[in-house]
Write a protein that binds this ligand. Structure first.
Ligand code: AMP
Length: 364
């Protein structure tokens, strides 16, 4: 047992990962460095995480028998994506520890609950309103104004399930896409840049944060993260404190991503949280003393958290779709480290891998 009660799961034991994507793959690689074995629950036998796992339980995330088989072979479970049914987490939690706990999922799965939760912590979010009908949307437009964005409450990622609303735009057509789907209307935040903070919290409530990175998107997908973010030190401190506050309020265990907008005056607006390791934290693999994946594994197993110190300016670039075909350019660049996820088809918009580059100091 650790000082605060949760079981210390020692290297050699089996860690359960729900989800077979690249985040699971990188969690498994980090776990393997620490001597852990991994079992993945996901339907696809060729998934990126399955390729590097010790064991695979093939099944859907609602398949009670598969979940039981998975739970039987692990000492602790975690997840690599947030759209897992809460009942699945609850089923696992009845017999094995699972981290982060279900509350983090429930908050992150629903944009309305997420916004209310963050606002209740005294942290600024974009003005928002729950909308279930066209009259609701009209009312939200009167209160909040345009421009703004309609977002589905659930299952949104990489800009999916969103539509911008411009001033004086006819909203009937836009609403037709959302009719019958729970959604929120959000006022547009006039931001100077987007940052994210990765925070890691252990069972005893000790937290560590990574320095914020600046995120740039293309076609609603993260294109690049650069660290350190060119924001003033006070803003960086406020961002870290906000991320810690969210982790604390969720009694969170593991790595949590908190995405924020930074206005020109340095004020911050939290956009969303991800209860897992996050794409904007991939730079930590080469740019930090301990990466986000290893720290997640340390947190959930009860090992002490690792140092999050920045080793030097670092940039992470996603390889999306056909980007992955320029392998020579990345392999011949001495400052680049290439990570490929083992996906076969470079479809448009598909994250195939990423490249991390250590930049010169001071940052160009
Ligand atoms: P999300 O799915 O909430 O992460 O949104 C995807 C992207 O849309 C963000 O990274 C922003 O670039 C943009 N965006 C989302 N919400 C807002 C907002 N309220 N104001 C301005 N831009 C936004």
């Amino acid at each position: 047992m650790t000082a605060n009660g949760p079981p210390l799961i020692l290297p050699g034991k089996m860690i359960g990962i729900i989800g077979g994507g690249q985040l699971g793959r990188m969690l498994i690689l980090a776990a393997a460095r620490l001597g852990y074995r991994s079992c993945v629950l996901c339907p696809d036998p060729g998934a990126p995480a399955v390729q590097v796992a010790t064991q695979h339980v093939a099944g859907d995330y609602t398949d009670v028998e598969a979940i039981t088989a998975f739970t039987d072979c692990i000492e602790v479970a975690t997840y690599e994506f947030e759209n897992i049914p809460a009942e699945t987490v609850a089923q696992i939690a009845r017999t094995k520890p699972i981290a982060p706990a279900v509350k983090a999922l429930e908050v992150a799965q629903d944009r309305l609950i997420e916004k209310q939760f963050i606002q209740n912590l005294g942290i600024e979010v974009a003005p928002f309103q729950d909308i279930a009908s066209l009259p609701d949307l009209k009312q939200a437009l009167e209160t909040i104004g345009a421009p703004g964005i309609i977002k589905t409450r659930r299952f949104g990622y990489d800009g999916k399930g969103q539509r911008a609303v411009k001033p004086d735009q006819s909203i009937e057509d836009i609403w037709a896409d959302f009719d019958g789907i729970p959604a929120i209307y959000e006022g547009f935040v006039d931001f100077a840049c987007e940052i994210s903070v990765m925070v890691v919290r252990d069972h005893s409530g000790h937290t560590v944060t990574y320095p914020p990175g600046i995120n740039e998107h293309r076609n609603h997908i993260l294109y690049r993260t650069t660290v350190p973010a060119k924001i003033d030190a006070t803003t960086a401190d406020v961002a870290a404190t906000a991320a810690q506050k969210v982790a604390e309020a969720l009694s969170y265990v593991g790595t949590l991503g908190v995405e924020m907008f930074v206005r020109a005056d340095g004020s911050l607006v939290v956009n969303e949280i991800a209860p897992r390791v996050h794409n904007s934290g991939h730079w930590t693999l080469e740019g930090a003393q301990t990466d986000q994946f290893e720290n997640h594994i340390r947190a959930i197993t009860g090992l002490p958290l690792g140092d999050t110190r920045l080793l030097g300016p670092t940039q992470m670039m996603n390889l999306i779709g056909e980007d992955v075909c320029s392998l020579d350019a990345y392999l011949s660049d001495p400052s680049a480290t290439l990570h490929l996820y083992g996906k076969d088809e470079p479809r448009a918009g598909r994250k195939m891998g990423h490249v991390t580059r250590r930049l010169k100091w001071p940052q160009a």
